[in-house]
Design a protein around this ligand. Sequence first.
Ligand code: NAD
Length: 711
Amino acid sequence: MPAFRVDARDGLALARLDLPGESVNKITRSVRDELDALLTEWASDSRVRAVVLLSGKPDTFIAGADIDEFVRLSSVAEARELVRQGQALINRLADLGKPVVAAIHGACLGGGLEAALACTYRVATDHPKTVLGLPEVQLGILPAAGGCQRLPRLIGARAALDMILTGKTLPASRAGKAGVVDEVVHPAILETAASSVAARLADGWRPRRRAAGRGIAGFLMDRTPLGRRAVFALARRGVLRQTRGHYPAPLAALRAVAHGLAYGVEAGLEMEAALFAELAVGDVSRNLVRIFFATSALKKDPGVTGQAPPPRPVRNVAIIGAGFMGAAIGGVAVAQAGVDVRFRDTDLARVGQGLATARSILDERLKRRRITKFEHRRLTALLSGGTGFEGFGRADLVIEAVFEDLKVKHEVFRAAEAAVPDDCVLASNTSTIPIARVAEATRRPERVIGMHFFSPVQRMPLLEVIAPDRTAPETTVTAVAFGRRLGKTVIVVRDRPGFWVNRILAPYLNEAGRLLEEGLGIEALDAMMVTFGFPVGPLTLLDEVGLDVAAKSAEVLQQAFGDRMAPAKGVHRLREAGRLGRKNGLGFYQYRNGKRRGADRRVYDLLGAAPRAAVAPDEALARMVYAMLNEAALALDEGVVRSARDGDVGAVFGIGYPAFRGGPLRYLDSLGPARVAAELQRLERAWGERFRPAPLVLRLAETGGRFYANA
Ligand code: NAD
């Protein structure tokens, strides 16, 4: 079945791309072949005066190139050849000799946008689903179908670099303002508007575009060699600050843009191809693509093995505890899933505060134009609350986020169960209490599950769903499906202390605490892990999480796993001295007016430690890194996560484990289990039993096995 359907109308060829058997359009080999043949036909057919490119999919124009094709590339030469062919095709589109109008509704990304950029004119719909961008760098590659050449020529180097180097997407309105598209219209008139402009173009009309780089500053920066050099230097510094040299793709893209502007399009295209080829077969891109595939696979994973029952439809959600977490969960539930949310808290002031917080999430979306004013009003009306259990009779799902106290949780679970329908799912957001214990208060433990959200809920992409043995599969699939509607990447984990994320985090944070006591400086310690690739260091993380919250988690883990998980004593002392982290302005760092300042040197006095040079940085790094790797292996072996894939995704999205390393288990594989086992044995001899290698690491070391068997 062909991917393009072409209708001829009034001298126009309306080509509609609808890739068979796929939910989105992507540029596959067959799409390229078909387009190639169509271009030949249009060029020679005198009845065709102009072409309009449309999509037959509801929410995508073209989502990008076919990633499956690029991961199969096995050599630099092969990758280069593939790109050169793609560029030749896009060049043919640009040089058709007849106007081509891209009529864009839905996602227009990567190769899709590059194709659109080669068109004569771009019309996009002002629909929230219409977004445009070149996200290639997020997969460790660069736009190599002319994107690094055409975009800067269209909108100026600065604006183009802003898109290309970050991979961010623009809604249609912003793309219109930036000049990426020529016209933004209502979805109902997309085809008419595109056809009429195609006809005018065929009659010889030419659009007047504002030159890239407006104003004097714009002219100097975008249109003069000296200005451009300054732009590139600035961009390069920005990239290095962001990536710390771990991600080569943005720098490569910068080079391709600069080269093209200096030496012309053809030289630029050659540079794109050469750089793409190197990146595409490199480790960083491979790891980023693996995480991307793992996330995509999780989007389709029902969360249970074997035949999965359908999830229960969730329309009404009740949230008990409208505090810090509950309010944010409610706000996200309304904003993302459009469900009815009913809060319950102990007094009206708290309910009011919770409603205000939830509403602020909607306000933020309105401000960012992610929703319209009308939607904002409609969604706000879905929020309600009270001190009783009114409205719980209609609840499909209850999420509990009260104080972290088993007695209180039991009380609310008992009361909620009496108020909700029999088949309502009861979820707890507890961080440290076993879900099976929470479930003890209910008559229907098969309906009870953990939904562990991370703070801030509106930004953190991960959700851990914790299913104790007695939980019914329908309960699990319902929680997983609902988490996904909230836009979360969901992993199903076992009901073991700390679940997955806090479990692997604990030994790492404990080790950081010990190193601090031994004399490593606060900033030096954090910088070490940022250089390793984490977004923030462990002490910054502790300040953000709160020392009280972290201590509680550490206590539970120590009880469960013994001395291996013993926290550093000093951190406990800091908490007793009233240091809770950012929330009370007293942590490892100083805070003034909500802004973080430098390290708080009083911490050293409280610890009786002074920063000194005696702690060897390499050894400190090894202790923190290997503590987490070993714990990840131990927890995987216990079945805390269902697979290495889930574990790595959880670490990347839950704690910002460096994605270019592919997650802790992938990283362990890349180091080699034998080498990791030997290093852990050395650390054990030097620092104690807590570094005893996980049996699974030893087994893999002996057998030459890997966590990921076939990669
Ligand atoms: P919080 O103190 O901000 O909120 C708790 C809310 O529950 C308060 O508004 C309180 O009035 C209310 N509450 C107490 N008893 C109640 C009852 N009987 N009925 C109704 N409401 C009641 O706490 P939080 O930080 O939002 O934590 C809530 C839960 O989320 C805890 O179980 C915690 O472990 C978990 N959690 C917290 C974080 C975090 O970063 N803070 C992260 C993940 C999970």
